[in-house]
Design a protein around this ligand. Structure first.
Ligand code: ATP
Ligand code: MG
Length: 456
């Protein structure tokens, strides 16, 4: 397959217009409604971005985006179900029940001074433009195709069709400039390349490597959103390996990189540790392929599980007996809390992730007088803990019978009569008092059920 031509010279010309043979029923009816209404009112309007890319690849689009010459106010005026959202990037959400058709006005790239050394980071992006300008400010050529579902035409300003056919991911314009403008594009490149199985164009890759350190300057919630998307993509394993290779992992998840070592490490201990993390990510991917979306807490717990486990194992205190669930919780929180604060992860998700790690021992601990399986299975954090346990079973290929037994127990526990639960709580409190401590300080699964303050 010949290398696709450089899109840049062509980008300045009028678009390549290619008829499409996609059947009418390939398009989402609500997206068609939006395009049709906008066009009838004399605006330009197209399907754009991920949905066009996915339709042409024969994949089912996640959602539908529309690009139009109408301003957000103009769009809103046409749709009673339309709402203007966003500040940095204003657009209209046209809502049909649960579905939202994102309708954005054509924009041009923000003005930049030509001063050398100028900071390229984009902070404001509301300059209206033409369809061509709108194509050029997008990230990758395959994400900048416009599709007119009524004329049945694709407008290609950037060479996206050729790249789509060749399976190449390439930035629009100079990759060094585009990555410097918005380093989150590095994570987006990783996401699309791994999800679609595309090769990253060499120059685009070099720019990713060069600008990976700039990810430290990107808006934290955007970075977090991309991390979670990657973890839930079904190709988390490939994505994290690629992030490690291009240097992004070191910047955004330094703890994880420290644990597994750099991609060119020759240390066998690094290899073993990396292998254990890859196994968990592979398990996460299988979960997604089974159409089971892991929660944010479970994704974060999977990232930090091995790090915490190692710390607990290496701690000298463990030589004098096992550490309590509370101590494991502290170790997990020490790792996860700073990460959660830095990336503005919901506090609750950070706490649930730490607790899911701390509760792992409870699944295999022998039944004791002080451990109530019923209360453990009713703990508010039990579902995340069980899901993490499932990942561990899948990663190490053992413990499935234990997992199944707990799943069953959990179903039973949910339907347990309230008086049985109350009796169990009283019994546990009594045992706790008899031992002179707060009930369940070692079996945190139960204590959370009693103490919703998360104080364990
Ligand atoms: P997905 O299937 O994951 O939703 P997508 O291509 O639709 O993929 P979105 O994040 O939904 O990605 O963004 C929609 C479109 O907006 C993209 O296809 C791209 O054209 C443009 N876009 C999104 N993020 C950026 C960015 N950081 N820089 C430039 N263009 C972007
Ligand atoms: Mg999308």
């Amino acid at each position: 397959m010949p290398e696709p031509a450089d899109p840049r010279p062509r980008a300045a010309r009028s678009p390549r217009i290619i008829p499409t043979d996609l059947p009418h029923n390939a398009f989402d009816q609500n997206a068609l409604r939006v395009v049709s209404r906008l066009q009838r009112e004399g605006n330009e309007a197209y399907l754009v971005g991920g949905c066009v890319r996915d339709l042409l690849l024969g994949r089912r689009p996640k959602d539908y985006d529309v690009a139009t010459s109408a301003t957000p106010r103009g769009v809103k005026a046409l749709f009673y179900n339309g709402r203007i959202i966003g500040r940095r990037f204003k657009l209209v959400h046209v809502r049909y029940g649960e579905q939202v058709v994102e309708t954005a006005t054509f924009r041009r790239a923000p003005e930049r001074s030509e001063e050398p050394g100028e900071d390229l980071l984009i902070v404001e992006d509301n300059n209206w433009g033409t369809a061509q300008e709108d194509a050029q400010r997008r990230d990758f050529t395959i994400n900048a195709l416009f599709l007119d579902p009524y004329r049945r035409e694709i407008l290609d300003y950037v060479g996206g069709l050729e790249d789509l056919e060749a399976g190449v991911l390439r930035t629009i314009g100079d990759p060094y400039v585009r990555m410097a403008e918005d380093p989150v594009r590095i994570l987006r490149a990783v996401k699309f390349a791994t999800r679609l199985g595309f090769r990253i164009d060499d120059e685009t890759w070099d720019a990713m490597v060069e600008h990976a350190p700039d990810l430290a300057r990107s808006a934290k919630p955007r970075v977090m959103e991309e991390i979670l998307r990657l973890l839930r993509s079904g190709t988390a394993l490939g994505a994290l390996r690629m992030m490690r290779k291009c240097g992004a992992l070191r910047v955004i998840l330094p703890e994880v990189e420290r644990y597994i070592g750099p991609h060119d490490s020759a240390d066998p201990a690094d290899h073993d540790r990396a292998d254990s993390v890859w196994r968990l990510l592979e398990a996460l991917d299988s979960l997604v392929h089974e159409k089971h979306m892991p929660s944010s807490a479970v994704c974060v717990a999977a990232l930090f599980l091995r790090i915490v486990e190692r710390e607990v194992d290496l701690d000298p205190r463990t030589h004098h007996g096992e550490r309590s669930a509370r101590e494991v919780l502290e170790a997990a929180s020490e790792r996860i809390d700073p990460f959660a604060v830095e990336y503005r992860l919901a506090k609750r998700d950070g706490f649930k992730a730490a607790r899911a790690i701390a509760l792992q021992r409870s699944f295999t601990q022998p039944q004791t007088k002080r451990f109530s399986p019923l209360l453990f299975a009713r703990d508010p954090d039990f579902p995340e803990a069980l899901e993490l346990f499932r990942l561990r079973c899948s990663a190490w290929g053992q413990g499935w019978d234990v997992y199944e037994a707990w799943r069953e127990r959990s179903n039973e526990a949910q339907s347990a009569p309230p008086e049985v639960v109350e009796l169990e709580r009283k019994r546990k409190r009594r045992r706790g008092r008899r031992r002179g401590g707060r009930g369940g300080s070692r079996d945190s699964g139960e204590s959370r059920a009693e103490s919703p303050s998360h104080s364990d």
